[in-house]
Design a protein around this ligand. Structure first.
Ligand code: SAM
Length: 286
């Protein structure tokens, strides 16, 4: 098998052959660097026991590397113009299945049940940047039976995901991600490894799923977090009172009972603080 999917010359050739034009609105920036492709698979620690769900295979560059290491790869691609290309580029691999569709509208549990035959499930993707956050939110919120998520994202988004309390990037995305996972930035990726080159630098981030989620009503918790960060400049007392529509006096009592200063701002609260606040609030109308 001639491994050349990442050679820029080959990418141009195959795209020309099928008359393919990159779609900016679908976030199509294809990898053209074999080292990066190999490293992503290594970071995801793909072995022949694993089933991989890939989102957005493009012309199959990363898919091929995953197929060489995994038991099975199921890849969901939205752009039907890529389907005949993928058929050609991945024909040597009988452990790859391509599903046509928009990952945001698909029942991922069903994909896993119907197309993956047990074994740990790992998600790997070079994500389209226009929908990074909704895709990650969907993967985390749906209580899928997955082991880890390794994704290439815009550097700035990756930094927000792993940010700690007190830092400028810390916000509701950081709390959301660390509610479900232990996040790590694994690698910096320059713009030059993509065709066409994006405007921003990227990072590969690994989200290791928590085996047990914090014991709290998730609806209440995320409403509290969104309210707290919705008005970053306000004190936690004012932000929660206006965001949740709850009397200031009630919020003050909750915070004081937890020894949390009413003057503190959301960016200085840890995930444990948000959990305690959510557990202590009176029932909300949501
Ligand atoms: N994995 C390939 C690579 O690394 O060269 C392509 C990565 S490219 C950044 C993102 C891919 O996701 C494109 O192939 C694009 O068509 C696809 N895509 C965009 N939005 C999608 C969606 N909502 N569901 C599934 N695939 C999507």
């Amino acid at each position: 098998n001639n491994r050349r999917l990442y050679s820029p010359k080959y990418v141009k050739e195959i795209l020309d052959k099928y008359g393919f034009k990159f779609s900016k609105s679908l976030g199509q920036n294809f990898l053209i660097d074999g080292n990066i492709v190999r490293k992503i698979s290594q970071i995801a620690n793909i072995t022949d026991k694993d089933c991989v769900l890939e989102i957005g295979p493009g012309i199959g560059t990363l898919t091929e590397e995953l197929a060489l290491n995994a038991k099975k790869v199921v890849a969901v691609e939205i752009d039907e113009k890529l389907l005949p290309i993928l058929e050609e580029t991945l024909q040597a691999h009988d452990n790859v299945e391509i599903i046509h569709g928009d990952i945001l509208n698909m029942d991922i549990t069903k994909i896993i049940d119907e197309h993956m035959d047990g074994g740990p499930i790992k998600v790997v993707a070079n994500l389209p940047y226009y929908v990074t956050t909704p895709i990650i939110a969907k993967l985390l919120e749906e209580d899928l039976n997955i082991h880890s998520i390794v994704v290439m994202v815009q550097k700035e988004v990756g930094e927000r995901m792993i940010a700690s309390p007190g830092s400028k990037q810390y916000g509701s995305l950081s709390v959301f991600v660390s509610f479900y996972t232990y996040p790590e930035i694994k690698m910096d990726v320059p713009k030059t490894v993509f065709m066409p080159q994006p405007k921003v630098d990227s990072v590969v981030i690994k989200l290791n799923m928590k085996e047990e989620l914090p014991k709290v009503d998730r609806k209440v918790f995320f409403k509290v977090v969104r309210s707290a960060f919705g008005k970053r400049r306000k004190t936690i007392l004012n932000a929660l009172s206006s965001g949740l529509g709850v009397e200031k006096e009630t919020i003050r009592e909750v915070l004081e009972s937890l020894n949390i200063s009413t003057n503190i701002r959301a960016e200085n609260l840890k995930i444990e603080d948000f959990i305690k606040i959510s557990q202590t609030l009176p029932p909300l109308n949501i």
